[in-house]
Structures are given as C-alpha cells and as structure tokens.
Write a new protein. Sequence first.
Length: 71
Amino acid sequence: MNDDCLIKLFVSPENINFFNRIIEGYSHLGTLTTVDSKSGKVFVRCTADTITEMQLIVDNLPFVVKRIGES
C-alpha cells in the first residue's frame, strides 16, 4: 500500500474506540488500525480515491488529534 494513503496519528487512548466508530460510520472510506493503545498511536488506511475525504474527516473530529511527524 502506498504511504500517501496512510494517515498516522496520535489520539487520546480514551478516544480510540470512538474514532474507530466514526471511521466505521463512513463505510468504505478507510480503516483504523491501533498501533499502540497506550500512547494512542493509530493509522488510518485509505485509498487514493478516498484520502482527501478522510483527511477532511480527521481534520474535523470532535477531539484533538496530532499527525505523526508534525511539530
């Protein structure tokens, strides 16, 4: 899979399940993988066709997320 279609994030561990449910609600746009539940590290996998919409969703979540690699 192309890394351009992988959104790497940190979310509060207590929001991981909620985030997953939000992603599931937008069926077929992407999938959430929890990399480390203690730190809140998650990856959102999507396709070249859905990355723009998925980034819009991530940017408008009702809780704080931090993209991995950003300051």
